[in-house]
Ligand binder design. Structure first.
Ligand code: PHE
Length: 360
């Protein structure tokens, strides 16, 4: 734009400014992005712009002309700035819309569904039994699966010539030198001895875990299975406490009308020892054709007894001062009885059609 001086004709100035206005408004409309828009605006009204030099020229004019010319320049500058502001808002909106379109996720697209896992029926029974005993004030204890023969047998009053100590029955990791024989524990009872060595009385624990025996797989045997051990030691624990505790457990696990009976048995580490039967939850002992108890009316459940004083001696307890009871139950057996499962092998076949039947 031409320099404005005192000689500049108002008409000429008006036309020049009007042209600048039209051109600039068109360029603003055409600006493709914010950078282009900034450049157009700076060129029209910025410090180095035609408008700025027109303003500088105002100084050369006399007062009257300056007022009119100044008004014209300001109006046009305002128009340009207003148009730029509108376009700026529009471009920003377009930019946001482009980002949203680019980052959009189609939530209706089909996806690969991953079936969720569930807790194995054996673990479910372990959890349930442990919960019942926790409710009775017991704690959970654990011990190693690779065990010293001393804890598996000697501490539990099992003599060196006991048939269970033969290699044909027990899986040894290290066999032959009685001092440091190592094996895969044949029951969870060694946890009793380990726990009492570490903790003084009173003791109220259940110890779930794996046990190993050199058994051939059949419908009721696996070489690796699960047991839950129980141990209560206190100042005046009696056989009635044993029976009452296990009766309460049976009612909570099998149902409130369940009855229990004890049959004499033998275990090296309890005296007296017994096996506990529960009344058949299916027929309540009333049906000769019952598929669960086969008409017997009772289901063999677990081994138990009063802790032999020699076990207390072996772990350093004063066998004159305390008494206790212990029990051990097979988890697979509990699960089979509870669910009417005919073969223990189902638990290790890992057939989802079987496992899916135990949603937990
Ligand atoms: N440990 C015994 C077994 O495996 C069960 C048992 C535990 C018996 C505790 C009495 C006391 O058969």
């Amino acid at each position: 734009m031409k320099m404005i001086t005192n000689e500049t004709e108002p008409m000429e100035l008006f036309e020049t400014l009007a042209q600048l206005r039209e051109e600039t408004l068109a360029s603003i409309e055409e600006a493709a992005d914010l950078d282009a828009l900034d450049a157009v605006e700076a060129g029209a009204v910025g410090r180095e712009s035609a408008i700025a030099s027109a303003r500088r020229g105002l100084g050369q004019m006399d007062a009257e002309r300056r007022r009119d010319a100044g008004r014209m320049i300001n109006e046009i500058a305002r128009d340009i700035e207003a148009a730029a502001a509108v376009r700026r808002e529009q471009l920003a909106k377009e930019a946001r819309a482009a980002v949203i379109a680019a980052e959009a996720i189609d939530v209706t697209v089909d996806y690969v569904s991953v079936p969720s896992g569930r807790i194995h029926p054996i673990q479910q029974v372990i959890d349930e039994v442990c919960d019942i005993f926790i409710g009775l004030g017991y704690h959970i204890a654990e011990g190693p699966e690779a065990e010293l023969a001393w804890y598996n047998f000697d501490a539990l009053n099992t003599p060196p010539d006991h048939p269970g100590r033969l290699e044909s029955d027990t899986m040894y990791l290290d066999y032959g030198n009685p001092e440091d024989e190592m094996l895969l524990r044949a029951h969870t009872s060694p946890v009793q001895a380990r726990y009492m060595e570490e903790h003084g009385p009173p003791v109220y624990i259940v110890a779930p875990g794996k046990a190993y025996r050199n058994d051939t797989v059949d419908a009721t045997h696996l070489p690796v299975f699960h047991q839950i051990e129980g141990l209560a030691v206190d100042e005046s624990i009696t056989f009635s406490d044993l029976k009452g505790t296990l009766a309460e457990f049976a009612r909570q696990f099998f149902g409130p009308t369940t009855r229990v009976r004890l049959r004499p048995h033998f275990f090296p580490f309890t005296e007296p020892s017994a096996e506990l039967d529960v009344s058949c939850f299916n027929c309540d002992g009333g049906e000769s054709s019952c598929r669960v108890c086969k008409g017997v009316g009772w289901l063999e459940m677990l081994g138990c007894g009063m802790v032999d004083p020699r076990v207390f001696d072996a772990v350093g307890y004063d066998s004159e001062a305390v008494t206790g009871f212990a029990f051990g139950m097979g988890v697979e057996r509990l699960a089979m009885v509870r669910h009417g499962i005919d073969s223990i092998r189902h638990f290790v076949d890992y057939d989802v059609r079987f496992l899916e039947q135990f949603p937990g």
